[in-house]
Write a protein that binds this ligand. Structure first.
Ligand code: MLT
Ligand code: ZN
Length: 475
């Protein structure tokens, strides 16, 4: 770790105010390792600005002194996107103190929210105003809006409302030279040149640091129906998805698949999680329907489609949530998948997408290939099947050495990715590239695509100070 030059230390301390700059090693520790403990970095200091102005001044000072900046929100990246490298040269800028929901407008159906508001707090604020922020991910209690937007998070409601990108009307971001880009316009229509806000969404902090956003809200559902269903496999899950979509596409709010193995990990390793079905199954679907209208129409729809699915042999058992508590218990079974897999030992995540029609082939082929590669490996696929997004996660064989398993991560990732590529998919559906997957970029996004990304990066950040080592492989 290097230390801050005295002039910079002094200027940053002034700009950030009391409690705004952490330089003590033990204070910095939580910001230097990712959630999965895969990446361990070092930093010159950790800045915690409480306002856009303080953040912009910190970035301006870094640019002046040629200090790299690593933006960090709730530190929930699955790909090491918010962890600094090991040189110790970077300043980590944490957004958590910029945490106000500034305004909710019930006519525009918008919310003005600062980067450090957790996704859960933003959802709660929208709900309290009688509206809904339709973005939901497992880490929403910790993940912050700035990071959620910088990584274009997807999650459970993408099937109906789109990824984070679709929800952003306006944005404010600090550029690598410390200027503030203010495109905080809450307009549905605004064709005035490049839509610059979209550049920052999914840029993983490599072009600037998002400080505030205007998000599009939706009416709060007045009726919600959830069902947990037992299915034979992903093919059955997909056929069930088609059955709902062909009957009433606008009612589907979430459609999640869980393999028997991944559900079993949740059931055995997570306290208070319990499967409400009489028997374990090879696969499960959690389907949620929602409508801004009151009444029993959704229950009728759920019963109609599931009734047909029983007759057609697509579903062997199902339970409908009879209360909000039961609905949340169903979601707990889904949301605790990442935590359960963490508890089961070392795991390798393959957050991939393929065309919906290719999902069964993908799961079959990738399972066989991984089982051949590492006998005893626990293949635990689950995820947002309605979006074609499968978390094809691989858990170490029981009792095996976790470190030795992780040392083969590229072998496993490349085996899965090879099949994804043949099926026309993507090697990262929602977690991003971070530092974990930079090595895949030339093979997947090479040629004109990566070249254009590099040109945009060097036009916006010529000195390369924003989140170095993320997205782009070393040139
Ligand atoms: C999820 O949907 O729960 C996460 O994206 C998970 C993961 O890959 O573990
Ligand atoms: Zn996910």
């Amino acid at each position: 770790m290097t230390s801050l030059p005295p002039a910079l230390l002094d200027a940053l301390t002034k700009a950030l105010g009391p409690g705004g700059l952490l330089t003590d090693a033990s204070d910095m520790t939580p910001y230097l390792t990712d959630w999965r403990s895969l990446f361990h970095g070092k930093a010159v200091a950790v800045a915690r600005p409480a306002s856009t102005a303080a953040c912009a001044e910190a970035v301006r000072l870094c640019a002046k002194h040629n200090v790299p900046v690593v933006p960090q929100g709730g530190n929930t990246s699955m790909v090491g996107g918010a962890t600094p490298d090991e040189t110790g040269h970077a300043l980590v800028i944490v957004t958590s103190r910029m945490n106000r929901v500034r305004e909710i407008d019930p006519i525009d159906n918008t919310m003005v929210v600062e980067a450090g508001v957790t996704l859960k707090a933003a959802q709660d604020a929208a709900t309290a105003a009688g509206l809904m922020l339709p973005l939901s991910i497992s880490s929403e209690g910790s993940a912050e809006i700035g990071g959620v937007l910088a990584t274009n998070a997807g999650g459970n409601n993408t099937v109906r409302y789109g990824n984070a990108r679709e929800l952003v009307l306006g944005l404010e971001a600090v550029l690598p030279d410390g200027q503030v880009l203010d495109v905080m316009r809450r307009l549905r229509k605004d064709n005035t040149g490049y839509a610059l806000r979209q550049l920052f969404i999914g840029s993983e902090g490599t072009l600037g640091l998002i400080t505030t956003a205007i998000l599009q809200l939706q009416p709060k559902p007045k009726s919600v129906e959830a069902a947990l269903c037992a299915v034979a496999d992903a093919k059955g899950a997909l056929a069930l998805f088609s059955a709902f979509r062909n009957t009433e596409p606008s009612a589907i709010q979430a459609f999640e698949f869980m393999s028997g193995l991944s559900m079993n990990l949740v059931n055995t390793l997570i306290p208070d999680a319990s499967l409400p079905l009489s028997e374990a199954a090879p696969g499960y679907v959690l389907v949620e329907l929602a409508s801004p209208r009151e009444g029993g129409a959704l229950r009728d729809l759920m019963e109609e489609v599931l009734g047909r699915a029983f007759e057609d042999g697509l579903v062997s058992d199902a339970v409908l949530a009879e209360s909000e508590t039961q609905r949340l218990a169903f979601w707990k079974l889904r949301e605790e998948h990442a935590e359960a897999q963490k508890r089961a030992g070392a795991s390798v995540k393959n957050d991939v997408s393929v065309p919906l029609s290719a999902i069964p082939t993908f799961i079959d082929r990738a399972t066989a290939a991984c089982e051949a590669l590492i006998p005893g490996i626990r293949v635990a696929p689950f995820g947002h099947i309605g979006d074609g997004n499968i978390h094809f996660n691989l858990v170490q064989p029981e009792g095996a050495d976790g470190k030795a398993f992780l040392a083969r991560d590229h072998e496993m990732m490349d085996t899965v990715a090879g099949i994804v590529k043949e099926l026309g998919g993507s090697f990262s559906a929602e977690h991003g590239v971070g530092q974990l997957k930079t090595y895949m970029m030339p093979g997947w996004r090479g040629g004109a695509e990566l070249d254009m990304m590099r040109r945009i990066k060097s036009a916006v950040d010529p000195e390369g100070i924003m989140n170095p080592g993320k997205i782009f492989p070393a040139a």
